[in-house]
Write a protein that binds this ligand. Structure first.
Ligand code: C5P
Length: 223
């Protein structure tokens, strides 16, 4: 049972979890855990090491020994700025391949739990409410239609100067959803006690306010 309050925000890729989690954490003055970044970093490091994606033991070793620094919005891996490199669709796919390995998930578990520090943590991911923080007092499952998520992803990538097209993105999103929700290890599913928020056609302020209201109702973030 974590003593530090945790709000988990899980959901499929492109559901707006990243933005929503950052806004909720800022409103409460809490820390944030971007667990997807850990899988992206592991995928990146596995590719760089050239060991292929069929080697869970070595991939878990890499995950356990990641040399990462989070610095002013930048992410350094072995001292190299990989902030942009880990955000490409290719990096997302590599992340999802290592994320399907139970050995890698186990290697990243303690690291994620250690992120729960006072005054509180907003944990963004796929299995934050089901596996990593099962006792969290507020669990949110944020979703949106695949089309809406592809459009959002397109906009996001464009803002970062990364070229893409919506049809390819929608296909990749469906493929990744399928792999994430059918894998045996921590599949992407809402926790039984999760508040499910479908953000299709909802603006970001409304989503954030919905979550903050649920937090207030549970007495979170008011201390
Ligand atoms: O959230 P993001 O798109 O950065 O995550 C990249 C990939 O990492 C996801 O598609 C998923 O396969 C994996 N992931 C996971 N569990 C988490 C966070 C991310 O399996 N808690």
């Amino acid at each position: 049972m974590p003593e530090v309050p945790v709000i988990t925000i899980d959901g499929p890729s492109g559901s707006g979890k990243g933005t929503v989690s950052a806004r909720v954490a800022a409103a409460l003055g809490w820390h944030i855990l971007d667990s997807g970044a850990l899988y992206r970093l592991t995928g990146h490091a596995v590719q760089k090491a050239g060991i292929g994606f069929n080697n869970p033991t070595q991939a878990a070793d890499i995950a356990r020994n990641l040399d990462v620094e989070f610095q002013d919005g930048q992410i350094l891996l072995d001292g190299e700025d990989v902030s942009l490199a880990i955000r490409t669709e290719q990096a997302g796919n590599n992340a999802s391949r290592v994320a399907a390995m139970p050995e890698v998930r186990a290697a990243l578990l303690d690291w994620q739990r250690e992120a729960a520090r006072p005054p509180g943590l907003v944990a963004d991911g796929r299995d934050m409410g089901t596996t990593v923080f099962p006792d969290a007092p507020l669990k949110v499952f944020l979703t949106a239609s695949a089309e809406e998520r592809a459009k959002r992803r397109y906009k996001q990538l464009k803002e970062k100067g990364i070229a893409s097209n919506i049809a390819d993105l929608a296909a990749e999103i469906r493929e990744r959803d399928e792999r994430d929700s059918t894998r045996a290890a921590s599949p992407l599913l809402p926790a039984e006690d999760a508040l499910v928020v479908d953000s299709t056609g909802m603006d970001i302020d409304t989503v954030v306010e919905t979550i903050l209201r649920a937090a207030r109702e549970r007495g979170l973030g008011t201390a």
